[in-house]
Design a protein around this ligand. Sequence first.
Ligand code: GLN
Length: 475
Amino acid sequence: MNFYNLTAHELLSLLDQKKVISEDVLKSLKERVSLVNKKTNAFIREPQVSSPAKGAFGIPVGIKDNICIADELVTCGSNILKGFRPPYDAGVVEKIKAHGSEVWGGLNMDEFAFGSSCESSFYGPTRNPWDLERVPGGSSGGSASAVAAGEAVWALGSDTGGSVRQPASFCGVVGLKPTYGRVSRYGLVAFGSSLDQIGPITKDVTDSALLLNMIAGFDKRDSTSVDTPVPDYAKALVKDVKGLKIGIPKEYFIDGIDPEVASAVHEAIDILKKEGAVIKDISLPHTEYAVATYYIVATAEASSNLARFDGVEYGLREVPDRVRKTPLIDMYETTREKGFGDEAKRRIMLGTYVLSSGYYDAYYLRAQKVRTLIKQDFDKAFGECDAILCPTSPTTAFKINEKVNDPLAMYLSDIFTIPANLAGIPAISIPCGFDKKKLPIGLQIMGKPFAEETLFRISYTYEQNTPWHLERAKL
Ligand code: GLN
């Protein structure tokens, strides 16, 4: 039997009824990886699980390669971490193991999660299972591609400006960025510490709720983790949106958005209206500043977080042929020169620039102020509605190499996902149709802080009314 097309909850119920055993599921998944990973390059290396976990949740979870698993390689898609094996498990990995599940590491990503296409990995680009000539989105492109291709039943990604939701949208799967503080960042290699959140990438909304159940919760080792009770998210999987107020922000339906994307999103709005949701037009007036604000805050934090990779403690160490300055400075410089790719270098330069004295006030401080305005837009909007609905991305998956030489065009892929990170609010992307090229389209729903349950309720209701989550890429 082929298990790779099934969701985790379907597999769990088969396991429960003793219709299958976990050994068979694991074997089938491994065969699937050997068969299709040559095409997708979703896994940087074949996942290492020799014996399946026996716990209640005995379905391995794919792990993006910036989340630490003790003693296993973690590369962040970069040459600079070559050979690095963390001595500890990330908070989410501990939780998954505690639930009796195994972790499947090695999912490809843009280098240090910088990107929207999964092309900047040192280990080569990942491809979109719906069209191998196209990108899977990024930076968690490996996670989304693996789930869409059946190489992983479910997976974790990280989302700093859209990196769970945008690839989920491009690959026709479900991607959730939880509220900032809901899921521990301990053991997630930091990109933009005030924006990063780990989130589930799954085949449907039910799996998303189950995986969030596993990973959510307080962790004192992450100072921004929030100590509030974790509800049972599975209880939010109800087909009922009657009376829920859903806001449609006018700033998210702009010129330049692919008309097929806009029309799929409008059809989704109609479905929710028929189900009893109250649709309201709203405004998020500072949306146009979100991308610029993000690229100041995120690069500033990234340049500071990447300072630790200097050849001393982690991974790669390179020295020049001859002494240039001093042996120590030479080692730092050569390691960083050879270890980082172009996009990482670009971000380090941008980030260092906006933080440097003389420019700090003009850029970084100003960006922090605008970030507050963007957050206040959401506070105000959530005074009149329970959730906000819009496209996840202005387009469907683009071609490999189409945007690599135009960083600004690449940065605009995240125009609709970035505001949720700046405001710290939860947001989910769910499949809402296909364009004429049979490429998946994503619908984004954003919620109030810690209102993941509302997102699940709306997404589940929509999913129960549509067939999109049942479609599988043919590989
Ligand atoms: N594409 C955005 C960036 O390159 C977001 C990446 C992310 O969420 N990790 O910064």
